[in-house]
Design a protein around this ligand. Structure first.
Ligand SMILES: NC(=O)c1ccc[n+]([C@@H]2O[C@H](COP(=O)([O-])OP(=O)(O)OC[C@H]3O[C@@H](n4cnc5c(N)ncnc54)[C@H](O)[C@@H]3O)[C@@H](O)[C@H]2O)c1
Ligand SMILES: O=c1ccn([C@@H]2O[C@H](COP(=O)(O)OP(=O)(O)O[C@H]3O[C@H](CO)[C@@H](O)[C@H](O)[C@H]3O)[C@@H](O)[C@H]2O)c(=O)[nH]1
Length: 323
């Protein structure tokens, strides 16, 4: 099959593109390299360096489907610069849907997020929970999901939205090369803690310890990027015309930020100072997934579900990337 992977020069998109190639598919990556990098596009994929908003220039009926990862991802930044999130996430998805209709490409797998739920009323969070995003990032993704639903109903698109919880870890491909997370600037807790572990930063800044959680710090549900990538291949097989399938992807285990920092210290065998700072705008207190629906309907079986394993793989990649 021939797939267009938007955002394939980024962390998750480049790993899914790698696995698609390993499964024998043809992959074209569409990425403007605004936060990603062309070197991350796997060998064997073709890179078209363009914005998702211009996908109409690239798409034709030779494609069997699209995996849409391209966009901006930092909830904190989205509170300070909402306009760039509406543009890169929501407006870009509108353009993608139009281009798919015009080129008669009928299958879409979309990177949605736990951030669409906001502060949940019940944990673990199921797909039918109330959606009340606390960040513009979450709102921009929820609007995209709603536009996809309309397109499915009106024009028979086959769509799957995967709502990822916090993605970590790295993937070693069949030729032995590690692929992992390397954002510039980095905003995610685990790679930032690695910067402190390796001495690249003097200390780790912990955002808020007055949340209504067991130790006052935010709780997140971490998922290994390779388990997440497996779900994309399953989603391509499960997509059906006229259906918008939506699945939460996490492990159902909540870790506080303090527990995450302790895990990083243990796995890396280091110690580093932790400075308590104020809350970061847009952060919900607790996000923990129920992924029962993905397991039952997609046959998804996460196999790398221990946080220590996820942090160990991410650390392996970090050391290669910063050698
Ligand atoms: N990392 C996570 O924990 C997480 C959790 C939930 C959802 N997601 C979603 O998964 C997707 C991938 O996340 P990631 O961590 O790999 O992010 P990333 O920043 O590593 O990758 C995103 C890629 O999209 C590209 N891009 C951004 N705007 C674009 C545009 N307008 N046109 C073309 N390309 C554009 C960037 O250059 C980058 O290569 C995103 O849609 C994100 O919202 C990520
Ligand atoms: O230097 C740091 C960085 C982060 N945090 C905290 O760590 C937690 C996790 O933050 P981060 O790693 O930035 O992830 P999230 O903000 O939870 O967002 C990620 O996970 C979401 C799903 O849960 C996705 O939607 C987003 O795209 C993805 O960036 C939050 O409480 C942050 O305030 C710190 O305390 N210090």
């Amino acid at each position: 099959m021939k797939y267009l992977v938007t955002g394939g020069a980024g962390y998750i998109g480049s790993i899914v593109a790698t696995m698609l190639l390993e499964a024998g598919h043809e992959v074209v990556v569409l990425d403007d390299c605004s936060t990603g990098a062309s070197e991350r596009v796997p060998a064997g994929a073709t890179l078209v360096q363009k914005r998702v908003q211009d996908v109409g220039d690239v798409l034709d009926s030779s494609f069997d489907g699209i995996l849409h990862f391209g966009g901006l991802i930092a909830a904190g930044e989205s509170m300070a610069k909402p306009e760039i999130y509406w543009e890169a996430n929501t407006a870009a998805t509108f353009e993608l849907l139009t281009a798919m209709r015009e080129a008669n490409v009928r299958t879409l797998v979309f990177s949605s997020t736990a951030a669409v739920y906001g502060n949940p009323t019940e944990v673990p969070i199921r797909e039918d929970a109330a959606k009340a995003p606390t960040s513009t990032y979450g709102a921009s993704k929820l609007a995209s999901d709603m536009a996809i639903s309309s397109e499915v109903t009106a024009h028979d698109l086959a769509a799957v939205s995967l709502r990822y919880f916090n993605v970590v870890g790295a993937y070693q491909d069949k030729s032995g090369i590690w692929h992992g997370e390397n954002h510039e600037p980095e905003t995610h807790i685990i790679p930032i803690a690695f910067d402190a572990a390796s001495g690249k930063r003097d200390s780790f800044a912990l955002f808020g310890e007055d949340y209504p959680t067991k130790d006052g710090t935010c709780v997140r549900d971490y998922i290994h990027v390779a388990d997440l990538a497996d779900a994309h291949l399953l989603a391509l097989g499960a997509a059906q015309a006229g259906e918008h399938k939506i699945y939460n992807l996490g492990n159902g285990n909540g870790f506080t930020n303090k527990e995450v920092v302790e895990t990083v210290k243990r796995v890396t065998g280091t110690d580093f100072p932790v400075a308590i700072e104020g809350r970061r705008a847009g952060d919900p207190a607790e996000l923990v997934a129920s992924s029962e629906k993905a397991k039952a309907e997609l046959g998804w079986k996460p196999t790398r579900d221990s946080l220590d394993r996820m942090v160990a793989d991410a650390w392996e990649y970090y050391q290669h990337a910063h050698a």
